[in-house]
Design a protein around this ligand. Structure first.
Ligand SMILES: N[C@@H](Cc1ccccc1)C(=O)O
Length: 513
């Protein structure tokens, strides 16, 4: 029988009585394991070998784990320093023992949090004791790390869990402490079938197959007689960690699709804008705390926009000073056009809504209209698990006669349901430019906590009248990153942005909605 090179080599190496793993066959045939896997599958199809699969759980030691193998677990080092300081007799000051232990930074916290748990002694009001009977030599975690370091050598190889003496509980603890990593590998083994044995006895010849088409093969005409190697689309391949679209961008695109599907058109506009568009048009008083230099990112150069539409400036100023309508009330506070011309990074994309509603962008609009944007906004916040200095806002508004809060809630329910989120809650809120106003909340899938995901309301007369709009407009700003938190369950925004990001999460999360 004629077989391609790799298959012939496998048949000649495999045995009928003992299953051999792909790795073993690869070593014996001197072929790469991927090639052997491919050959084994093809031989299985032809009935020459039988393939068995088993999933092995393996563990490998992490860099931190390796460090402790060399230097000792932090709690053990603390214990040794405590003994040295005589803490087996009388409590000793913690600072003194830590100083003597040589532990620094995070290692101190790690030592303290494991010390009592493992019976090395107690820690109380700044003093430490050492249990004279504790024995670091029997520390199961230290011993397990030692065993693992021995069997996996220095280059971080994996070892099957089954072949270790360490018990499952200790493995769990070490995994929780990030001292080892667990993974699964599929081990395939092949055995020659009866047919395989018969063919082997009858003699196997190696067929020359062509793996790669070359220009020579084509121009010489040899391709006509060549036997081409078959593709095996089921063979295992190294996962390719190639570049891909970030989940935030993928989700933003999905949000755009959903909103376009709901009949919305996209708005575009400047990231740096005049305070006039960011605040004044929204009936935000010029002395509002959000307008102080604490909250905004001002521009050093240029500092001011040159021109604002004069008529609109007059109407906005009048609304601020006197209010609108017969019984309107303004703020009765100073209003300065220069202040309105100051440039800043926009703190919300409601600046775009103001621009579009004013007719500045695409002319006057007749109801009904629906517009949205999914764009970056900038705030001088303090970085924490739910706040970034720049984030994406899903801005939107609907202009129509007779809108009510039910329309607003219904729109959100429809929108969020497209992303699998069906438990939106609403809380009354205050914005200078909307009345009534609502904050939106969703439940975090892993922590169960309510997370604020947006702010919304119905634009007030004081905003709409100067803009020249004489029907209802309901509007919102939703946080795209918070939507992602609800969809994918991560707890810290920094998992998807910046240098602390969780690469595994970014690689493995699939945007399926
Ligand atoms: N601008 C608001 C969101 C919003 C837009 C439109 C109406 C109401 C609220 C914010 O950034 O929080």
């Amino acid at each position: 029988m004629k077989l391609p090179h790799a298959q012939a080599a496998v048949v000649e190496t495999a045995s009928a009585d003992e299953a051999q793993s792909v790795d073993a066959l690869a070593a014996a045939t001197d072929l790469p394991p991927e090639t052997v896997t491919g050959a084994v599958f093809e031989l299985e199809e032809e009935g020459l070998v039988a393939v068995e699969e088993r999933v092995d759980e393996t563990v490998s030691i992490t860099e931190e784990g390796r460090e402790y193998v060399e230097e000792g677990l932090p709690e053990v080092r603390l214990y040794e320093a405590a003994l040295e300081a005589g803490a087996d007799a009388d409590p000793v000051s913690m600072g003194q023992v830590i100083g003597a232990s040589g532990l620094e930074g995070q290692a101190v916290d790690i030592a303290l949090s494991n010390y009592a748990r493992k019976g090395y002694g107690s820690i109380d009001s700044g003093e430490i004791t050492a249990d004279p009977d504790a024995d670091p030599g029997t520390d199961s975690e230290a011993n397990a790390l030692g065993e693992l370091a021995d069997v996996t050598g220095s280059d971080g190889e994996e070892s099957p869990v089954d072949s270790l003496e360490t018990d499952a509980e200790t493995i769990d603890t070490l995994e929780r402490r990030d001292l080892l990593e667990r993974s699964e590998t599929t081990v395939r083994s092949a055995t020659l079938t009866e047919l395989g044995v018969t063919e082997l006895m009858a003699g196997i010849e190696t067929a020359e197959t062509v793996g790669q088409v070359t220009p020579e093969l084509l121009t010489s005409g040899d391709w006509e007689d060549a036997a081409f190697a078959e593709y095996n689309v089921e063979a295992d391949a190294e996962p390719a960690q190639s570049g891909k679209t970030h989940i935030l961008r993928q989700t933003a695109d999905r949000v755009k699709d959903v909103l376009v599907g709901m009949g919305f058109q996209e708005m575009e506009g400047p990231h740096v804008d005049a305070d006039f568009w960011i605040n004044d048009c929204l009936f935000m008083p010029q002395d509002h705390p959000a307008r102080t230099h604490w909250d905004r990112f001002a521009l050093a150069q240029p500092t001011h926009i040159d021109d604002l539409p004069a008529d609109l400036v007059d109407r906005v100023e009048r609304a601020h000073r006197e209010g609108v309508g017969a019984d309107g009330e303004g703020y009765h506070s100073p209003w300065d056009e220069d202040f309105a011309r100051a440039l800043a990074l926009r703190g919300h994309t409601t600046s775009l809504s103001a621009r579009y509603l004013s007719g500045e962008e695409i002319g006057d609009l007749e109801p009904p209209q629906r517009f949205f944007s999914v764009e970056k906004v900038y705030r001088n916040d303090t970085l924490d698990p739910t706040h970034l200095l720049e984030f994406f806002q899903i801005e939107g508004w609907v202009m129509a006669e007779d809108l009510s809060v039910r329309d607003l809630m219904g729109t959100f329910e429809e929108f969020y349901a497209q992303f699998g989120i069906t438990d939106i809650e609403f809380k009354p809120h205050y914005n200078p430019y909307t009345e009534p106003s609502f904050e939106l909340f969703g439940t975090h899938p892993t922590t169960g906590e309510l997370v604020e995901i947006g702010n919304s309301g119905i634009f007030r007369e004081e905003m709409l009248e100067p803009l020249g709009v004489d029907c209802d407009v309901m509007a919102w700003g939703l946080a795209l990153e918070r939507l992602l938190m609800l969809m994918y369950g991560f707890e810290d925004i920094r998992d998807i942005h910046g240098t602390l990001c969780d690469l595994e999460l970014l690689r493995e999360t699939e945007v399926t909605y």
